[in-house]
Design a protein around this ligand. Structure first.
Ligand SMILES: Cc1cc2nc3c(=O)[nH]c(=O)nc-3n(C[C@H](O)[C@H](O)[C@H](O)COP(=O)(O)OP(=O)(O)OC[C@H]3O[C@@H](n4cnc5c(N)ncnc54)[C@H](O)[C@@H]3O)c2cc1C
Length: 443
């Protein structure tokens, strides 16, 4: 029996690795690029370790840790540095440090009195059970200031998203479910804290999970997994049903398989399935992606402002010009820059400023943004640009329709399984968890 896995990002590679390990099937991974990894790619240059996509994963989910352990890669895992835990929001022309305990924010000058009153009115806001956008939810329950200054920036940080279009159920379901269950977030959180008593102390704030990575970057882990898999380079363009199994056409050849796992982006899968199921292909094509340019800049440490020793910062939605976030990679992890240098990654564009991701003089933009928001006036000594036209899939109000149609498609086409960050979560953790889920379906 043969299984073909299409797409060699973390989703496809982890699925192929687990299939090889846990089944007796002949597993072949088909990836259109020479290199596996997809968005998870790392390279080294001039003493810097550059992540062109993700720089780590949170340690609060089991599956990725299990996979690291299972594949014998534990010795390469590194923790983010404790001293870099401080994170900031650039708002109204200055940087505000976010306290570890978010409650403390309410006793600082971060929110205006008007903003605080809106937040404290939350328990009296009427419950709304249906799905809605992140913007609708936060504005309705907590007010516009909370959206602009805290939740909106976080949505940009995680999804490169625009709160105007993000579905609560598809992106922040746990929070929406607190409203559904308790009628109010504040009431719900108090009740949950009481239930957990001492365990739910202030230590369980949004940043309590630790960011982890690998000594040689996230890409090294995907390459390590891929090293154990039979691979073929090729861009899949079509799939056709056979009497038994499927024929998968790449631009050059065709391969036959009993089972097919798709872990390619939604727009690619839409093209591949156009002939097999036109309606399904049309629905997949509705899934939009946010573009993002990742500008990596290396500086001499001398005369750099104190902020470069932190994790990084996000922007109040009203203060976004081109950049949605800045990360000080060399402060977050060891082994990212030479001893006396600083590695900064400036994230430009996202769903909220799509056109900025495609700007021509993007280094100039990054420099101006660093000057404006962090008073970094030093000249950079190293630079690299990675432009992602389709950086991160955006889960809108139609996401449930898309997931339902995937399940229906899988039912109609037995032996085809679909995974990937377009559907079941965008974090590395989500992608690996989806692979474990997929393995149990295949088995
Ligand atoms: C800039 C950036 C920063 C991020 N930061 C983080 C972070 O810090 N932590 C975190 O957890 N997540 C982060 N993410 C999200 C995370 O990196 C991605 O969601 C995840 O890596 C996606 O993996 P994937 O395998 O599902 O998709 P992809 O990585 O997109 O892989 C899909 C693969 O399919 C291949 N392919 C496409 N079409 C075809 C075809 N027709 N035939 C064959 N192959 C095809 C592609 O070449 C690609 O290799 C970040 C994402 C970006 C862009």
């Amino acid at each position: 029996m043969k299984i073909v896995v299409v797409g060699g990002g973390i989703s496809g590679v982890s699925a192929a690795y687990l299939l090889r390990k846990h089944t007796k099937y002949d597993v072949v991974l088909v990836e259109k690029e020479k290199q596996t990894g997809g968005k998870a790619a790392t390279f080294k240059e001039e003493g810097y370790t550059i992540e062109t996509g993700p720089n780590g994963f949170l340690d609060n989910k089991e599956e990725i840790k299990r996979l690291i352990n299972d594949s014998g890669f534990d010795d390469n895992v590194i923790e983010s540095k404790d001293e870099s835990r401080s994170r900031y929001i650039f708002s109204n022309g200055r940087l505000y440090q976010l306290p570890e305990n978010p409650i403390k924010l309410f006793f600082s000058d971060f929110f205006s009195l008007k903003g605080l009153l809106e937040i404290f009115k939350e328990p009296f806001i009427e419950q709304y059970m249906q799905d809605e956008t992140l913007e609708q939810f936060v504005k309705r329950r907590l007010g516009k200031e909370m959206l602009d200054k805290l939740i909106g920036p976080m949505a940009c940080g995680v999804y490169a998203g625009n709160p105007k279009y993000m579905s609560m159920d598809a992106t922040f379901k746990k929070i929406k479910d607190i409203e559904r269950q308790y009628g109010s977030l504040i009431k719900g959180l108090i009740s949950m804290m009481k239930q957990k008593k001492a365990k739910a102390s202030s230590a369980s704030g949004p940043f309590s999970a630790k960011l982890m990575s690998f000594k040689n970057g996230v890409g090294s882990f995907v390459n390590h997994l891929a090293g154990n898999i039979n691979r073929m380079e090729g861009e899949v363009v079509n799939i056709a049903k056979q009497e038994k199994g499927y024929r998968i056409d790449t631009k050059r050849d065709s391969i036959y398989a009993d089972y097919v796992v798709f872990a390619a982006p939604a727009y690619a899968l839409s093209k591949i399935t156009e002939k097999l199921d036109n309606e399904f292909s049309r629905i997949l094509n509705m899934l939009e992606y946010a573009p993002l340019s990742v500008v990596s800049l290396g500086f001499d440490k001398k005369n750099m402002p104190e902020i470069v020793n932190s994790f990084g910062y996000l922007f109040n939605l009203n203060d976004i010009k081109d950049t949605i976030g800045v990360l000080f990679d060399s402060s977050i992890f060891d082994f990212r820059a030479p001893e006396d240098k600083v590695l900064v990654r400036v994230m430009i564009g996202g769903a909220i400023k799509k056109q900025s991701a495609f700007k021509n003089k993007i280094y100039g933009t990054a420099v101006q943004e660093l000057q404006r928001s962090a008073s970094i006036f030093n000249a950079f000594e190293y630079s690299h640009l990675k432009r992602h036209t389709f950086a991160i899939p955006q889960y809108g109000l139609n996401h449930k329709e898309i997931i339902d149609s995937i399940k229906e498609f899988e039912r109609r086409n037995r032996g085809i399984f679909i995974t990937g960050n377009a559907f079941y979560g965008v974090s590395l953790n989500d992608c690996v968890a989806a692979s474990y889920e997929l393995i149990s379906k295949v088995l």
